[in-house]
Ligand binder design. Structure first.
Ligand code: ADP
Ligand code: MG
Length: 302
């Protein structure tokens, strides 16, 4: 096996802890189930459950240098993708919604997936994230230089859906802590989890509003841009190696979009692979990205 291959083995084995496996596997389903029933997240039952998991008034690590040097030290294990003629055929109909997409996605880079509406951007990230259960992928995908099934990697992949799904009557910190509690490996100490939570809050620029309630249409809470960053935080606290995002800046003004993109750059800097779908970014935001994959009508790379 090549050195890249053995690197991958190390990467996989470091994440093959049972708790990690089940937590991250469940994270994928929790994200999708949450998206199908967003209203459930704010039910009284869930709030009670979350209260028992939360202990918000605890010691915090507020030293940014310490957090970044320690918790967010550059990742030893990284994930690079190479795909050739990647496609997706919808099960049952055999309709092709993604066709012959070839390219590379590098770790420590932010790759923007762009193209007109209906081009297959969401399909592309969903397929690469191994979450396109409704279709059969075609073509070859190499991960760290070796052809491997995407399923092997689902455990280290975070997927940030377009809708922000969180408990509106909890604070930013409580939401992120709840996610950290349920998704970080069970063999991590509570102290380690809290440090990771606080580092995530820092890197996403949410420190100043960590005690603010999310809020909803009736009760004013944090802004739309802040909510998008909390949404990223909910995935970050699963300690992923790859983060896929579907339109994290849509509906935001340019300043808020820039804040989201800054956060993505910072996350990429620690070695994560970031792939984000973007719709009509302004020039300054476009310049923030390392790589761009442009899709055209029919799900083909342009
Ligand atoms: N599960 C599905 N079944 C049938 N058609 C689909 C499915 N998912 C996506 N498509 C079709 O594939 C095309 C690309 O969709 P999508 O990836 O959502 O585009 P984008 O995100 O670029 O706007 C669209 O024409 C859409 O109707
Ligand atoms: Mg889309």
């Amino acid at each position: 096996m090549s050195s890249l291959g053995s690197d991958l083995e190390m990467s996989s084995s470091s994440f093959s802890r049972t708790s990690r496996t089940s937590l991250l596997a469940s994270s994928a389903s929790s994200a999708s189930s949450a998206s199908s029933a967003p209203a459930d997240t704010s039910t009284a039952g869930n709030t009670t459950l979350s209260s028992s998991l939360l202990s918000a008034h605890d010691e915090e690590c507020e030293n940014e240098t310490l957090l970044n040097d320690d918790v967010f030290a550059p990742r030893r294990f990284r994930v690079d993708f190479e795909f050739e003629n990647l496609g997706l055929k919808i099960k049952g109909t055999n309709k092709s919604v993604l066709d012959g997409v070839t390219g590379k996605i590098k770790s420590a880079h932010v790759t923007a997936v762009m193209g007109p509406s209906g081009a297959g951007k969401s399909t592309f990230v969903t397929t690469l994230a191994g979450k396109a259960y409704y279709g059969n992928p075609t073509g070859t995908i190499k991960i760290n230089g070796v052809v491997r099934p995407l399923n092997d990697f689902k455990k280290v992949v975070g997927f940030v859906p377009q809708e922000d799904i969180m408990m509106r009557d909890l604070t930013v910190k409580e939401n992120i802590w709840f996610s950290a509690q349920t998704r970080l490996p069970t063999n991590w100490t509570t102290k380690r989890k809290k440090r990771y939570r606080d580092a995530t809050i820092q890197v996403l620029g949410l420190h100043d509003i960590r005690h603010s309630m999310i809020g909803d249409e009736n009760t004013r809470g944090i802004s739309g841009g802040q909510r998008k960053r909390v949404n990223i935080g909910l995935e970050m606290v699963a300690d992923p190696l790859v983060l896929f995002l579907d339109e994290p800046t849509s509906g935001l003004d340019s300043t808020s979009s820039m804040e989201v993109c800054d956060a993505l750059r910072k996350i990429a800097d620690i070695g994560l692979t970031i792939v984000t779908v973007l719709h009509q970014p302004r020039y300054e935001i476009f310049c923030q990205f390392h790589d761009v994959l442009l899709l055209g009508k029919g799900g083909r790379a342009v």
